[in-house]
Ligand binder design. Structure first.
Ligand code: PHE
Length: 454
């Protein structure tokens, strides 16, 4: 093992660490995905189950990732080696994390590219179009245009790389300190705007009043699966951010605050999107196209819509950027810690490879639309499916099992209790880590891969 702790970064402030973690968690998962899956699952009750999953499974596993990262001050592969042995089986969890970071970032960057393209379409006011079909047609045109997708994919990867090149303090932390307050400000502005709409109260009751009739077993499992993706768990992103942390920080309190921020943003995103939909008599069940197809249409009919559309898609871009940074950092920190590379090489080379690997995703709606794998999925969908349904749940399960059964108990206790105002919660937390979380994740995992049916 190459011990180059000096080469590693550290967070300058606790606030910087919190904002970087919140930046990782808050992303396309909150603003693009959560509203449409909540919409498709009938709102209220789904939201309640999602909240339960965040608290009973997500937060406990986030604490595990922080504990492994901080106690070893290492990126995933080295972390598992340090806590076991050099040839230990557990290091596979670290390798899987790097693979996940690589795969997720390659297609995440393409979606972020769509958001950037929509910023420009919004500035141009969608060429003045107001007809729903014309507006939703913009998305189809973008999806099938390989060159435009490649262009934005390249720009977004360059942005991500340029932040990572700056290192932990001057890159990631500084970006989070600037971008996160802007993001919260933008959300607040959009929330205020939507709260004046006639559909606001209908939206509030849709999101907060439970309706059991629309919820299915698949919906419950989707809630749990999504709680992983949205909290950036199961691939070592939080583990890596935890490795730049000093022993002064309260891991439990931090995990709770980060998760609450992430959940608040997901709920606020619903309260921004749904009032507009209800006001204009549209269905919240529009599916994955909700943001890109419906939102511009709705904005086009709204007084001052152009400016709000620009803000909305900028928000989506910034949220995606702070998440992409954490995906990239997992890959970069591996090359720094394990191979002893300089940050510059450890960023540029894998960054370029991720860009190359993302090319088939960028072309999935165009030149490669006929190319299918994994039972009829195009490359883009296949990468999304592989990472969300296989890599993340499996990674989360392994991390919970590792901390619950393999890691030295006294070290686990020390990490949990150190400077924590929640030290008394150790036993219930450990119970979640050993039994509840692995069981819940195993069920989701088996269901998603089709081995378990309801
Ligand atoms: N949490 C991010 C989102 O909600 C996605 C992500 C997953 C980021 C895994 C890092 C690691 O969009």
């Amino acid at each position: 093992m190459i011990d180059n702790l000096k080469n590693r970064g550290q967070w300058a402030t606790r606030m910087g660490f919190m904002l970087a973690c919140a930046g990782s968690a808050i992303g396309l998962g909150n603003i693009w995905k959560f509203p449409y899956i909540a919409g498709m699952n009938g709102g209220g009750l789904f939201v309640l189950i999602y909240l339960f999953c965040i608290f009973a499974v997500g937060i406990p596993i986030m604490i595990c990732e922080f504990a492994v990262g901080r106690s070893t001050q290492s990126s995933p592969v080295e972390a598992f080696r340090k806590l076991t042995s050099k040839n230990s089986f557990w290091q596979i969890v670290g390798w899987m994390g790097i693979l996940s970071g690589f795969v997720i970032l390659s297609y995440y960057s393409v979606v972020a590219g769509w958001a950037m393209h929509y910023v420009f379409l919004s500035v141009k006011n969608f060429n003045g179009a107001t007809n729903p079909e014309v507006i939703s047609g913009f998305f189809g045109a973008l999806y099938s245009n390989g060159w435009v997708n490649l262009f934005w994919h390249a720009i977004f990867m360059l942005l991500t790389i340029s932040v990572i090149l700056g290192g932990v303090k001057k890159g990631i932390e500084r970006a989070a300190r600037w971008l996160m307050p802007i993001l919260f400000g933008m959300m607040l502005l959009l929330l205020i705007r939507s709260s004046f709409m006639s559909g606001f109260s209908q939206a509030v009751s849709f999101v907060f009043s439970p309706d059991a009739s629309k919820l299915t077993a698949a919906g419950v499992l989707e809630a749990l699966g999504h709680s992983f993706f949205t909290l950036s768990l199961g691939m070592g992103a939080m583990l890596t951010y935890g490795s730049y942390l000093s022993h002064k920080t309260d891991l439990v309190k931090s995990s709770i605050i980060i998760s609450i921020m992430d959940t608040a943003v997901a709920l606020i995103a619903c309260l921004i999107l749904f009032p507009v939909l209800f006001t204009y008599g549209m269905s919240p069940e529009a599916g994955p196209g909700l943001v890109f197809k419906s939102m511009p249409m709705v904005f086009s009919q709204l007084p001052g819509g152009t400016i709000f559309a620009v803000i909305f898609f900028l928000l989506l871009t910034l949220a995606a950027l702070t998440s992409a940074i954490s995906l990239m950092e997992v890959v970069t920190s591996f090359f720094i810690d394990t191979l002893g590379w300089k940050r510059k090489t450890a960023t540029l080379l894998p960054g370029f490879l991720i860009f190359l690997f993302g090319i088939p995703s960028a072309l999935s709606g165009g030149a490669l639309s006929k190319f299918t794998m994994l039972g009829g999925k195009n490359f883009f969908d296949a990468m999304d499916y592989l990472s969300s349904n296989w890599f993340l749940p499996l990674g989360g399960l392994c991390i919970a099992l590792f901390v619950g059964y393999r890691m030295d108990l006294s070290l686990v206790k020390k990490e949990f209790k150190e400077n924590s105002i929640f030290a008394k919660l150790f036993t219930p937390w450990f119970y979640c880590v050993r039994y509840l979380a692995p069981l819940a994740v195993a069920i989701v995992f088996l269901y998603k891969i089709g081995l378990l049916k309801f």
